[in-house]
Design a protein around this ligand. Structure first.
Ligand code: ADE
Ligand code: ZN
Length: 339
């Protein structure tokens, strides 16, 4: 199995309905009406509705233990698919909304990371993300908060939410995070087109979350490739949310062929029926990517990770160890090409 690393996944968005139900029952809160469809899956009909449903699910997550369990269960599941590293996007805006202190929020996430490392050998770090539609001033507050390093596992700053709020509103927030030595990434080019990606590239970012609509502007594709900006793409999320009608029409192979470094992410796995391993499978089945291509995806993620150099070196060593456990019978060990 090829070692995998993920840079684009939203922590509250990793919890499936079953876990949200368990947490709600433990906290003595009713499941928010409208959150689930009749079939028990998260209910939404478009991107903005998805964000609302996400907020409903997040509203039942109330304690450090909740955050620990969500983090642990997600990392354990990724480890089963060969994951060795995940950067989890945390949202202090959501935690604050339920009255959770920073100590509880990050303490819970960190406990989940520590327990998953102990039990499953997977590493995790935290990206602190502001909600875009709460505006620039709120993002400045969140950036100050991230810059103060609420936990040693906090390594990056990001921005998610409704992309119609332009990147230009967030220059100050990104300057604060960047000056504090945090890695910076922003959602762009998912719902909005090349103009919004160009504005995002004025910020001190080394990565874009999605960024796939760059394909509509060949000069922009060239610039992203030349600057070595990494795109953290989520093909299944894009198709389920309707950014592209089908995987066959997804621009990922063209972006890669143009020399852009791409990683794979599940974004909000149970909402989209995605997993990290599933995204690797999609690229193999849909785009014909072989083991070497897929290993390059993991290499791109490790290279672009916001972790310290010591951990990056460890992750590279693990990737080059060769296939993880479950190698097919007859595999010859390290260096073997089998998935
Ligand atoms: N928050 C959670 N998932 C998101 C996505 N795919 N885009 C923007 N904001 C998000
Ligand atoms: Zn996202």
């Amino acid at each position: 199995m090829i070692a995998k690393a993920e840079l684009h996944v939203h922590l509250e968005g990793t919890a499936p309905p079953e876990l949200i139900g368990r947490i709600a029952a433990r906290n003595g809160v009713a499941l928010p009406p409208g959150m689930l469809a009749a079939d028990g899956r998260f209910h939404y009909t478009n991107f903005l509705h998805f964000l609302e449903t996400y907020d409903l699910a997040a509203s039942v997550i109330r304690t450090a233990e909740d955050y620990r369990d969500i983090t642990y269960e997600y990392l354990a599941s990724v480890a089963q698919e060969g994951g060795i590293y995940v950067e989890l996007t945390a949202s202090p805006d959501h935690a604050t909304a339920v009255g959770l202190s920073d100590e509880e929020h990050y303490g819970g996430i960190a406990a989940g990371i520590d327990d998953a490392r102990r039990d499953h050998g997977i590493e995790g770090r935290i990206i602190v993300s502001a909600v875009r539609n709460y505006g620039g001033e709120n993002a400045v507050r969140v950036a100050h908060h991230a810059a103060a390093r609420p936990h040693p596992y906090v390594v990056g700053f990001g921005l998610a939410g409704d992309e119609r709020v332009p990147p230009t509103e967030f220059a100050q927030a990104f300057a604060i995070a960047h000056d504090a030595g945090l890695g910076c990434s922003i959602h762009a080019g998912e719902w909005e087109g090349p103009r919004s990606i160009r504005a995002a590239l004025e910020l001190p970012v080394t990565r874009l979350d999605h960024g796939v609509r760059a394909i509509e502007d060949p000069k922009l594709v060239e610039e992203i490739a030349d600057r070595g900006i990494t795109l953290n793409t989520c093909p299944t999320s894009n198709v389920v949310l309707g950014v592209y009608p089908s995987l066959a029409e997804h621009p990922l192979p063209h972006l890669r062929a143009a020399g852009i470094r791409v990683t794979l992410g599940s974004d909000d796995p149970p909402y989209f029926g995605a997993t990290l391993g599933g995204e690797y499978d999609v690229c193999r089945a849909q785009f014909g990517w072989d083991d070497q291509h897929l290993r390059e995806v993991t290499t791109a993620a490790i290279d672009a990770a916001f972790c310290d150099e010591e951990l990056r070196a460890q992750l590279r060593a693990r990737l080059h160890e060769g296939p993880l456990a479950e190698a097919p019978a007859g595999a010859t060990g390290p260096g073997d090409n089998g998935e």
